[in-house]
Design a protein around this ligand. Structure first.
Ligand code: KG4
Ligand code: ZN
Length: 339
């Protein structure tokens, strides 16, 4: 039964963003986020202990802000959705404990959500200009922690057909960015710098594993070695744009090859992208070009829905609520929750 009047509070705290959203049905009433980039910048990556402490101090203000912006009183809520995993355990525990406490206090049902499913289901958020994908489709999650090819048969029926054997694509962007002296997270900066660079100036290995798995650690090592062996101490500064463009081209090509293979093998022509790296302007451009030449329909999230957010957790919660797939207070946060 469709319940467009249900009001869901969603909480996302799987990594380094404390986020809360309020949805009425599939419509987003508020979508608030407190990111921790400044906290982790000095360390060149996320420090899990600092992340959980920052979540603890941010969770109440962010949830309050989401309710205020939505103009919703907590007594009007129908259910509480929260990210159960995957992610950093300490971070997940903050959001899940807070969600559970609120659900007990308000006597509301709980909706535990898989973060990666949330990235894909973000495409079902109400948007009058966009028709959501139709099942089955090929889901592709590209983030700092995951690189996955997923056969999506139904809202919560997803089969992982390919994944990274080592680093995730976003991790490769961030780690190679660090080698060039860029701040964490480096993906967005590499994207910008690459726009004025020549992607054919330097060549790095485009790994091609069997089936649909990918590997990014080889490119990372090749990139690091290449920079280290340069005699000119100013090499990176002098060639920053070309290095970014060549690296980005390589990282993107690896996953594009697999997307094309999976779409062809499974006879699927709807490709649904999710995750922070989906903000990358080059991968967006390339996917749009491929979609024209292959007659695919490519679904790219709006930029505000690419990186981690709670609206995607809320819309996934909406479908769980519709299907009466409730969680319970004994569900535990799971760092390695599978798709
Ligand atoms: O999905 P997300 O917000 O968090 C995780 O669940 O990991 O993804 C974060 C990742 C980071 O690695 C960041 O560098 C990357 O997304 N990213 C980008 C861009 N914007 C964010 N990578 C490439 N190009 C971008 N424009
Ligand atoms: Zn994510």
């Amino acid at each position: 039964m469709l319940r467009e009047t249900d009001i869901i509070l969603a909480i996302e705290s799987s990594c380094d963003d404390t986020a809360a959203a309020v949805l009425k049905g599939r419509k987003v009433l508020s979508n608030c986020i407190a990111n921790q980039n400044l906290i982790h910048k000095a360390y060149g990556g996320i420090v899990p202990e600092l992340a959980s402490r920052a979540h603890q101090s941010k969770i109440i203000p962010v949830v309050s802000q989401a309710l205020t912006e939505a103009n919703i009183d907590k007594k009007e809520l129908t259910a509480i959705a929260y990210t159960q995993g995957p992610g950093l355990l300490g971070s997940l525990l903050v959001g899940s404990s807070f969600g559970k406490s609120m659900a007990i206090a308000l006597n509301l049902p709980l909706l535990p959500i898989n973060h990666m499913q949330g990235h894909l289901l973000a495409h079902y958020i109400e948007n009058e200009n966009i028709t959501p994908p139709v099942f089955p489709f090929l889901g592709v999650t590209l983030s700092g922690g995951h690189t996955q090819l997923i056969l999506v048969k139904e809202y919560f029926e997803m089969e992982l057909i390919g994944t990274t054997l080592d680093d995730a694509i976003g991790e490769a962007f961030d780690k190679c960015g660090k080698r060039m002296g860029l701040n964490y997270p480096a993906g967005h900066q590499i994207d910008k710098l690459a726009q004025d660079g020549d992607h054919l100036r330097f060549t790095f290995p485009i790994t091609n594993l069997k089936k649909y798995d990918v590997s990014y650690s080889g490119v990372k090592t090749a990139f690091t070695n290449f920079i280290q062996k340069q005699k000119d101490p100013d090499f990176v500064t002098k060639h920053l744009n070309d290095l970014c463009a060549s690296l980005q081209y390589t990282l993107i090509q690896i996953i594009l090859n697999k997307i094309e293979k999976a779409a062809q093998d499974y006879g699927i022509n709807q490709i649904v992208i999710g995750g922070g790296v989906a903000a990358n302007s080059e991968i967006r451009k390339q996917l749009k070009n491929i979609s024209k030449s292959k007659d695919w329909e490519v679904f790219l999230p709006s930029l505000s829905l690419t990186t981690d957010n709670a609206a995607m957790i809320g819309v996934a919660g909406y479908y769980k609520l519709q299907q009466n797939k409730y969680g319970s207070i004994s569900d535990s946060a799971q760092a390695r929750l599978k798709i």
